[in-house]
Design a protein around this ligand. Structure first.
Ligand code: GDP
Ligand code: MG
Length: 202
């Protein structure tokens, strides 16, 4: 079967975005995919994903399918389809809201139960631009989050979807690690829909 250049990749990785509502998941995804912020509110039904192909420093082409939620996290009702076969997760909290950080251990448990057993998780403390503007707005200290990440075997970065700081790095470091850790035989994943933007239901 001939491959189009769009499908010319060495690895297809599924990555899920998780974290409490309003921490900035959709904004981080939009910043990474389009280097822009979302223009319209996200759809309210289903789980959506977007794909992007990225060349790792090793020259390997990784096609990533990044799954955003569509508000189900508000009710802790994310479907199993969201996690299924995910090789990586971006777990987001808001550095200005302590409760969103406290939820992270629950999210880690959910990802570990629903995704691939060896899934790599990148913990992202988002909205760091607010702390740069006003240091007193910080509710989650960098060192506390870094220690939580260390204890749970997570990668960690503070970022801002608004300023763009660390967004590309967070996704690309995660993908690099996912690829490095993936067993040879699973460096591929059948495409579930074949389209570049898609929606799926459990
Ligand atoms: P989601 O529910 O996790 O998908 O969060 P959204 O992406 O919808 O963002 C929730 C709110 O946080 C929106 O009002 C965004 O404008 C705001 N927001 C998202 N990311 C940032 C950021 O990096 N900095 C600031 N200051 N606001 C952000
Ligand atoms: Mg969202």
């Amino acid at each position: 079967m001939a491959l189009t250049s769009e499908d010319d990749y060495d690895c297809l990785c599924k990555v899920v975005l998780v974290g409490d509502v309003s921490v900035g998941k959709t904004h981080l995804l939009s910043r990474y995919m389009k280097d822009d912020l979302p223009k319209a509110p996200a759809a309210t039904i289903g789980v959506e994903f977007a794909t992007k192909t990225m060349k790792l420093s090793s020259g390997v082409n990784v096609k990533t399918q990044i799954w955003d939620t569509a508000g189900q996290e508000r009710y802790r009702a994310i479907t199993r389809a969201h996690y299924r076969r995910a090789a990586g997760a971006v777990l987001v909290y808001d550095v200005t809201r302590q409760e969103t950080f406290r939820s992270c251990s629950l999210w880690v448990t959910e990802v570990r139960e629903g995704a691939q057993p060896n899934a790599i998780i990148m913990l992202v403390g988002n909205k760091i631009d607010l702390v740069e503007q006003d240091p007193s707005s910080r509710q989650v200290y960098h060192d506390v989050a870094a220690e939580f990440a260390r204890q749970n075997g997570l990668m960690f970065m503070e970022a801002s979807a608004v300023s763009g700081a660390n967004v590309k790095r967070a996704f690309e470091d995660l993908l690099q690690e996912v690829y490095a850790k993936a067993p040879k035989e699973s460096k591929g994943l059948e495409n579930e829909s074949g389209s570049d933007m898609g929606a799926a239901r459990d």
